[in-house]
Ligand binder design. Structure first.
Ligand SMILES: Cc1cc2nc3c(=O)[nH]c(=O)nc-3n(C[C@H](O)[C@H](O)[C@H](O)COP(=O)(O)OP(=O)(O)OC[C@H]3O[C@@H](n4cnc5c(N)ncnc54)[C@H](O)[C@@H]3O)c2cc1C
Length: 416
């Protein structure tokens, strides 16, 4: 018999992945409790002409766009419409280069309007938070996880303030330092990438032409991601920790000069820089994705080098795959927290995650190695690939995330 619980699913963590999971479960008719330690109930929506740009911006793939197109926002709108009504920045081209070799991707080569979008975290959070403001989701802020206990028919979660909640399943969407993962005793493999990522918003002399730029330097990749304003880009500069810390502390004119030099002035002079911040980059991958009554998603499950901008995109695939598995189980009147139900999610996602982690490792090793023969092979390879139209089409489709065994929401075509 189904136990009388407070909800079907409790999610710890209402970042982009936890919120998307809640919205997907809600759409499938499941009851959700969403707990987060943060005390900010609602991110401020962003006006199109607002000059401030969120420090955290993400390259969002076509698969993620499909997910946002499929999720309801308010009665007659979708999450994607609401994000577009604030601001999203499509990019149509991507230019990747190192000293003597380059490869250029264009959306026209695959008959698409763009290759993806650059979106501020604040825009996505504000819209997703609105999307889960309904009776089916109980969202609790300032809710710090204390402990949880798995029982025969349910899982009970206790907060530091003494409140308790029960559900059939507990999901850890609580980021890289996941307490859910720690308390479940799930071990993970980790490896320091030996890079820190410096992020900032910059204004350039020349327009970005809706192109995402990436230069591979011997110390790591430097990306310029085009924002809504033609002269404004968000940068992600991955480099050795000592250099990253030095760059963070440089006075602005010297930082501008260093950036111009590293970017070979592709967009002319750097006219201003806002909001520099550093992120140490560590590869993590949980050895188990699920246990009875428990599952992990997003950064709680895996963290990956941002050189191909995949972390959120993979997290959204985790969330929508898990939602599909749970909704199917609910329709078949199975126990949502049963290990066999949750194992379907693990089997579905693990291969893809391993592939992406391995691909990022190879890219990083190949491009940060200054060994002469490798540099030579790399240049030849890039120039050769640039002339191979078929290969480029495949690479673009791969980066858009629309290949492979996707959950229903990521394949969504606009027909309900
Ligand atoms: C420099 C950089 C650039 C990146 N660029 C891209 C990109 O272009 N594209 C892309 O797809 N990805 C990118 N990523 C990856 C992306 O940032 C992460 O994958 C993504 O933010 C993970 O989201 P999440 O919801 O899983 O975790 P988080 O955003 O970390 O959310 C976790 C939530 O859990 C809450 N929480 C934590 N602990 C507890 C607790 N004990 N109790 C209750 N609540 C708790 C937190 O308050 C938070 O709200 C980048 C990462 C970096 C570092």
């Amino acid at each position: 018999m189904k136990p009388n619980t407070d909800a079907d699913v409790i999610i710890i963590g209402s970042g982009l992945v936890g919120l998307s999971l809640a919205a997907a479960l809600l759409q499938g008719g499941l009851r959700v409790i969403l707990l987060d330690s943060s005390d900010t109930p609602q991110a401020q929506p962003v006006a199109l002409n607002d000059p401030t740009v969120d420090q955290r911006v993400y390259a969002i793939s076509r698969a993620s766009e499909n997910i946002f197109r499929a999720l309801p926002h308010q009665q007659h709108t979708r999450v994607w419409d609401a994000m577009q009504a604030q601001r999203v920045s499509p990019y149509q081209d991507m230019h990747v280069w190192e000293n003597r070799a380059a490869i250029h991707f264009s959306c026209t080569d695959i008959h698409e309007e763009n290759l993806g979008h650059i979106i501020e975290q604040q825009v996505m959070l504000a819209v997703l938070q609105q999307a889960v403001q309904t009776d089916g989701v109980q969202r609790v802020c300032s809710a710090q996880l204390h402990s949880f206990s798995v029982q025969k028919n349910c899982v009970q979660v206790a907060l530091h303030d003494g409140r308790t909640f029960t559900a059939a399943v507990l999901v850890g969407a609580d980021g890289a330092q996941s307490q859910v993962r720690e308390q479940a005793g799930i071990r993970w493999d980790s490896q320091d990438y030996g890079h820190h990522a410096l992020v900032a918003t910059v204004r350039t002399e020349l327009p970005h032409t809706k192109t995402a730029w990436q230069r591979f330097l011997p110390t790591g990749p430097l990306a310029f991601l085009p924002l809504h304003e033609a002269h404004t880009s968000s940068i992600v500069w991955s480099t050795e920790p000592a250099q990253a810390k030095k760059l963070l502390r440089l006075p602005e004119p010297e930082f501008q000069q260093a950036l111009e030099q590293a970017f070979a002035q592709k967009l002319g002079r750097i006219e201003s820089v806002q909001g520099r911040a550093l992120f140490p980059l560590i590869r993590r991958h949980a050895r188990e994705y699920v246990q009875p009554r428990l599952a992990l998603v997003g950064d709680a499950l895996r963290t990956i080098h941002p050189l191909a901008g995949q972390g959120v995109n993979l997290g959204l695939l985790d969330a929508t795959t898990l939602a599909e598995v749970l909704i199917d189980a609910q329709q078949q009147q199975h126990d949502l927290g049963h290990y066999q139900v949750l194992r379907r999610y693990e089997r579905w996602r693990k291969g893809h995650n391993l592939l992406m982690l391995a691909a990022m490792d190879s890219f990083k090793t190949l491009f940060s190695n200054d060994f002469m023969p490798l540099r030579w092979v790399r240049s030849l390879g890039l120039n050769w690939a640039d002339k191979n139209a078929l290969l480029k089409q495949q690479l673009m489709l791969q980066a858009m995330g629309i290949n492979g065994d996707l959950p229903r929401l990521a394949r969504w075509s606009g027909v309900s």
